[in-house]
Design a protein around this ligand. Structure first.
Ligand code: UDP
Length: 442
């Protein structure tokens, strides 16, 4: 079928690799043509461009003209910046829709949770909207319950003028989870009239990335390490530690005497997500200047540090990797599909909820304890790393993760629950399209 005639879905990811990457995986599973319509406030990062360059042919991408955020105070929250980037892009999104409907059969819009302002544009074109929720079902439940909390709890919510409202015009919400990983999806799937359907479609992970380049050299390094010996240390696409914390982490890794591969960023003492929008703002040699004296030489052979970015899915899929110290961004749940156990080190946003769920509920991670100043000290780090990589407790976390790996395989197979959920979304989009055509003909 010619590309232009295939039913076509517009996908609007809000800025940030943690939102783009799983939406790409979702697009690969929906049997439609797709166009990623991407809001920006400047030139896109290398990581973003390289993800878009590697898209299959049935997925296009287009950048909306950059919006101006210079009127915002420098300390404005990242969530504010993301939401404004989307809302200030609406007129260009409208123009992009005009071009898309001229050349293709546009049948749906998918946004993530910061993109709901775009529903107005979809509504104008009579196109159904769906939300892809890039976090846990637990977080979604929490959001859905906010109105009730607002009614019943008087503490932090007391200053709000309007209650938090979930947009009602949405047809469905896709969440990156599955039942064995967290119990939330079941509670959300109960159908209620007037409420959007919730589809657990996870884990949305790119498992086949073996042909990608390895500019940081970490795969070559992993190739020469013993099987099942390396702890991968990474804080997502934009998270940064304080100087003190970088120092303690380095010393803790050294004291653990375990092999490690660490994606390291220049520390930031005030902001935990300093490089969220564009990890390229880091200079390659910057982060290494902040490591303890002699650390690089002392750990040569058993440790590798790479600046800013590593091919995470390939690292987690590598036979030498056997543990993952993660900031608990929800996409880092991808270690589930590789059966790699975790050390849960949450930094900001909903990461603390994720860490708690992964440790207490799913029991696939260990959690280092911060001291009274919030610092995780070297002794604690060394203890928890040794525990994960070589103790009975570590073994039990590992075994539980292997069970989840099998469960993830089951939900993603042909008749698995996540595959069925994605087909249900596709059916719902097709049904809307069919009804539209029938109305036009009658
Ligand atoms: N990622 C990567 N290399 C890196 C850091 C991150 O490939 O060095 C990818 C990772 O695989 C994941 C995404 O970026 O898909 C980060 O999403 P997550 O939800 O874990 O964290 P966020 O960056 O949104 O806080």
């Amino acid at each position: 079928m010619a590309k232009a005639q295939r039913p076509h879905i517009a996908i609007l990811p809000s800025p940030g690799m943690g939102h783009l990457i799983p939406l790409v995986e979702l697009a690969k599973r929906l049997v439609h043509q797709h166009t990623f319509v991407i809001p920006t406030d400047g030139s896109p990062s290398k990581a973003l461009k390289s993800t878009l360059d590697s898209l299959p042919t049935f997925i296009d991408s287009v950048f909306l003209p950059p919006v101006d955020l210079s009127d915002l105070p420098p300390d404005s929250k990242i969530e504010t910046r993301i939401s404004l980037m989307v809302s200030r892009s609406l007129s260009s999104l409208h123009d992009a829709f005009v071009s898309m409907v001229a050349g293709t059969k546009l049948v749906g819009l998918v946004v993530d949770m910061f993109g709901t302002d775009a529903f107005d544009v979809a509504y104008e074109f009579n196109i159904p909207s769906y939300i892809y929720f890039p976090s846990t079902a637990m977080m979604l439940l929490f959001f859905l319950y906010l109105q009730e909390l607002d009614r019943t709890v008087s503490c932090e919510y007391k200053d709000m003028v309007e209650p938090v409202r979930l947009p009602r015009s949405v047809k469905g919400i896709m969440v990156n989870g599955f039942q064995d990983l967290e119990s939330g999806p079941k509670a959300l799937q109960a159908k209620q009239s007037g409420k959007p359907s919730v589809y657990p479609v996870g884990p949305l992970i790119n498992v086949d990335s073996s042909d990608k380049p390895d500019p940081s050299g970490c795969i070559r390094w992993l190739d020469i390490q013993p099987v099942g010996s390396v702890l991968f240390v990474s804080f997502g696409s934009g998270d940064t530690l304080s100087r003190n914390q970088v120092n303690e982490l380095a010393m803790g890794l050294e004291m653990s005497e375990q092999r490690f591969l660490w994606v390291i960023r220049t520390p930031n003492d005030t902001i935990a997500n300093a490089t969220y929008f564009n990890v390229d703002t880091q200079k390659d040699d910057d982060p290494f200047m902040f490591l303890p004296k002699g650390f690089v030489e002392r750990t040569k052979g058993c440790g590798l540090m790479v600046g800013s970015w590593a091919a995470q899915t390939r690292v987690l899929n590598h036979g030498s990797t056997d543990g993952f110290l993660t900031h608990c961004g929800w996409n880092s749940v991808e270690s589930v599909v590789n059966g790699i156990p975790l050390i849960a080190w949450a930094l900001y946003a909903e990461q603390k909820m994720n860490a708690l769920m992964l440790s207490e509920d799913a029991k696939v991670s260990l959690r280092p304890k911060p001291n009274q100043n919030g610092l995780i000290c070297r002794d604690e780090i060394a203890k928890v790393v040794k525990c994960l990589m070589g103790s009975e407790e570590g073994k039990s976390v590992r075994n539980r993760m292997l069970e989840l790996k099998e469960a993830a395989k089951r939900v993603l197979c042909e008749n698995g629950s996540s595959t069925i959920a994605v087909s249900e979304v596709a059916d719902s989009i097709n049904m809307h399209c069919y009804l539209q055509i029938r109305n036009l003909l009658s």
